[in-house]
Structure formats: C-alpha cells, structure tokens
Ligand binder design. Sequence first.
Ligand code: B12
Ligand code: SF4
Length: 465
Amino acid sequence: MRVSLVYPGIVGKGFDSIGQGMDSGWISHGLAILAPCAVQAGHDVNLIDLRALKGWDHFRATVAQRRPDVVAVTMMSVDYNPGMRCLEIVRAVDPKIITMVGGPHPTIMPDELANHPHVDHVFMGEGEETFPDALNRLARGEALPRIIPGTHPDLDAVPYADRNLFPDEWRRQGYTVTSPEASFVEELPPPFVTIIAGRGCMYNCSYCQPAERHIFGRKVRRRSVASVMGELRELRARYRFNSLMFHDDCLTEDREWVEAFCRAYAAEGFTQPFFCQSRADIIVKNEDMVALMARTGLRGYFIGFESGSDRVLRFIRKGTRRWHNLEAARICRRYGISIWANYMMGIPTETKEEVLETISMLKEIDPDYYSPAFYTPHPGSDLYDYCMEHNLSLIRNHDSYRRNPDEAKIKGIDYEWLAWAVAESQRRTWPNRLRRAIRALWRRYAHPYKVVRRLMMRHQPTTAT
Ligand code: B12
Ligand code: SF4
C-alpha cells in the first residue's frame, strides 16, 4: 500500500516553520519508527510534515500528487484541529483514501475520533505491530475494526527510528538542513539528534497520569544499553552528531541502566554532550549517579520543579517537596549541569501566596532556562478529570491544550496577576546575574571540557550529511 504519514504539529509555530526551535525542529519518533515498520512489511511510505508546507492549498496539492492509498495522522490533543483539517481535505481530494489516526489523543479519547466521519480507523497505544498488520490486512482486502488497540512491543526488536524521514522531506520542501534536528541551547551544538531509550514512567503526577500508562502500559520498558549504543554508533557514522537529547520521561529513574549506559558511552569514545529529563528527588537521592553522568557528558537536566509550595506539590502528587527542588539545583550547580526549569502557575486550588512561593524558589534555583506554563488540563490526566468534575476548565478548543502562559485555562484564576507572576519568576536578581557572569567566563575560557572539545573539533567535520 502507498502510505502518507502526516505530522500535523503547526499549532505552535505554524506552516513553513522548519528549524524554529524544538516545536518545529524535532522529528516525531512515533512516525519515524512506524515508517520502517511499514516499509519492512512491504509498504511504500512517505511523510507529509505540515510544518514544512506553505498552507492548506499546499497540503491539498501534496496529497493529490502523492496519491496515497492510506493517510495516517499522528496526534497529541493539541494537534486535533490541524489533524482533522488534514483528513477533511484528504476526503475531498479522494474519498477512497483510507484514513487512520494514532498517538496520544486517539489513545486517550478514541470515541471523539471513532465517531468522526473523516476517520476510518483509530489506533490506540503503540503501533509498531498493529500498524503494519493493519496495512497488510487492507492490502489483502480484509476489513479492519474501527478502533484498534495497541500492543507493547519488545523495544529491542523495534527498528531504529528512520532519521532521514523528516530531514529528507524538509529538503524536498526547499529547506536547507545541516543538522538532523534543531539544537535549542548553546550547550548542545549541532549536528544535534534526539533519542529515546525507553517508554513509560513509574511516577503518578496527577497532571500527567494515567495518560502515559494508557499509551505505554503500566510497566516502564527500557531498551538494552546495547540497543541504544548501536543506534548512537549509527548516528555517529551518519551525522557525526555533536550533541544529543534523551526524550525519555525520566531516564534517571533506573540508576543501574544509567550507570551501564555511562560506562558504555565512555568506553566507545563518545564525548558528545547531552541533556535528559530527571526529577528533583532522584537527583537528591543519587548524587553519585549525577556526578557520573556529568563526567560522561551530561550538560543539562530538564527538571519538573512545578511549584515551590509543598501543599501544591502534594496536591499534584508530584512526590517531591520544595527542599528537593532547592537541593537538586545545588547539586546540578556543583557538577556544572545546566537546569531547564519546568514549572506551572494557575493550578486549581493554588493561592497567590503559593505562586509567590514558586517565584521565591526560582530566585534561589536561578535556572539556566525558564519554562513556565499556565497549568493546562490535559485529557487523560486525573487533574483534567478533577477540572471537569468541578467545572473549572476554560478550554473550548483543542488548540488551547498548549501550556503557553498567555491564555486563561482555569476558572477563578486571576490571569492578569499570573502574567505578572510569570514575568517576575524569570527576572534574575543582581547577585544571580553576577554569579552567572562569572560562571559563563569560566565555561568560555577555562573549563576542561571546552579544552577537550576544541582539541577534538580540529579533527572532526561539523556539518551533517
Ligand atoms: C518529545 C516530546 C515532545 C517534543 C517533540 C514532539 C514530537 N515532535 O513528537 C516537543 C518538545 C516539541 C513536545 C511538545 C509538546 N508536547 Co510533548 N512530548 C514529548 C514526549 C516526551 C516524547 C514523545 C515521543 O517521542 N514518544 C515516543 C514515541 C515512540 O511515542 P509516540 O509519539 O506516542 O508514538 C507511538 C504511539 O503513540 C503510536 N502512534 C503515534 N502516532 C501514531 C499514528 C498512527 C497512524 C498509529 C497507527 C500509531 C501512532 O505509535 C508510536 C510508536 O509506538 C511525550 C511523552 C512520551 N513519553 O511519549 C510528550 C507528550 C506527547 N507531549 C505532550 C504535550 C502536552 C506537549 C505540548 C502540548 C506541551 C506544550 N509545551 O504545550 C507540546 C505540543 C507541541 C505542539 N505540537 O504544538 C503530552 C501529550 C498529551 C496529550 N493529551 O496529547 C505528552 C504525552 C506528555 C505528557 N505525558 O503529558 N513534546
Ligand atoms: S510528569 Fe513526568 S514524572 Fe510525573 S508521571 Fe508524568 S512523565 Fe512521570
């Protein structure tokens, strides 16, 4: 079958936006893995990435020109509107084209899609096995159910993500691509890649779960270190990548895995800096692991600090406390690890005093990167259900599922004041500015890592193929 996979992620940066940060510069691992699964089963796969197109007419013309038998769209909740517009256009171009949707939103809200006239089949959960199987059945002329539940494949048996799927399509649409994905911080120089070592998360934060468990199951599954190293070797050979980022929800929850990975990474001569996600309590409980990661190449952690109030942290079931957040930040500083601080304001039940606690915590943490959000109730999470039960949600349109701090999300919150709070949370104090200037000078001229890198760069080309 001829299959067009569609990435509809334009709610953030819009059409024609490739290269503009993580929203428009990163690949979808879901589609990049499903593509080789379908190809291995004998199907002919191409990608349509809305971010690389000029507009809806361009999408219409692309579908008409590629003449697929099947159009398969991936979808987070925020992607619903552009995703469904794609399918409306596909129907208009040729009603015989079979339409499929999969990803977080169809998994969490299958009924919203299954009853939609533009959707033929809804895939829930992971699709490595079900997607090629469905294509095979269609090719044999068999009927498919409307809703197809997912399976949890052995991650070491799943093909590596097809890294060329996205950059090749971006080039086809006229973009010059020198890095497989867009790097987003100075610590991670291009060529830059993202990678996923596992799926699922053992924690139970109420603003997130059980959505993740619906997609990936109750048990966290991690690829073997050998599988991840094999992919990294391929990426090194193909792109000579200079940095990477792990997408795993919480790579550091399994310290044995992390230690084995660090040993293998160093033993195979990798020195490329990397970022990953972690949690404040894990950092505090595992300082020796943090030190090992820093020696191996870790340059930054994404940390969900979320709030500076212990009551709010309890309310959202974060499993951390304010002191964890502060201590984790101190540990990161000790090992020269940059901090990307995720935090939320406008959480239901949160008072202004508690928001001020978040601000004072951030002044102490002094993160390298601020990532504030107005709390957004995401479908599939317990806190979303709480907002529905208490009639608190102001979200009337799927586009508003972005956590952008510029739009009212929850009833009863003073968003004008919250806008001030978001700005204030990011205002650095003078002592912090001075400390940062000193650290920047040290990193620029004296840090041993810089010296090693400079020596290595002399022997390495810097652009991707
Ligand atoms: C990396 C990531 C990002 C990256 C890149 C996303 C991308 N290009 O794919 C960035 C930083 C850009 C991002 C942004 C956002 N993200 Co995000 N992100 C993730 C993260 C951590 C990993 C995604 C991933 O690669 N997973 C691994 C792959 C293999 O899984 P997958 O994509 O789901 O695909 C599998 C299945 O879902 C299925 N499948 C997927 N599509 C299809 C299609 C078909 C046809 C079939 C058959 C199957 C199928 O098969 C795939 C293989 O098994 C996930 C959490 C997670 N662990 O998944 C959150 C997650 C997807 N993000 C989420 C959210 C909320 C957002 C934001 C809205 C947050 C914000 N900042 O506002 C934005 C929206 C961006 C936008 N479009 O405007 C939520 C989505 C919840 C929801 N209800 O939709 C998640 C689940 C995190 C969470 N627990 O809350 N994100
Ligand atoms: S917010 Fe992060 S740590 Fe909490 S359950 Fe979700 S993925 Fe896990």
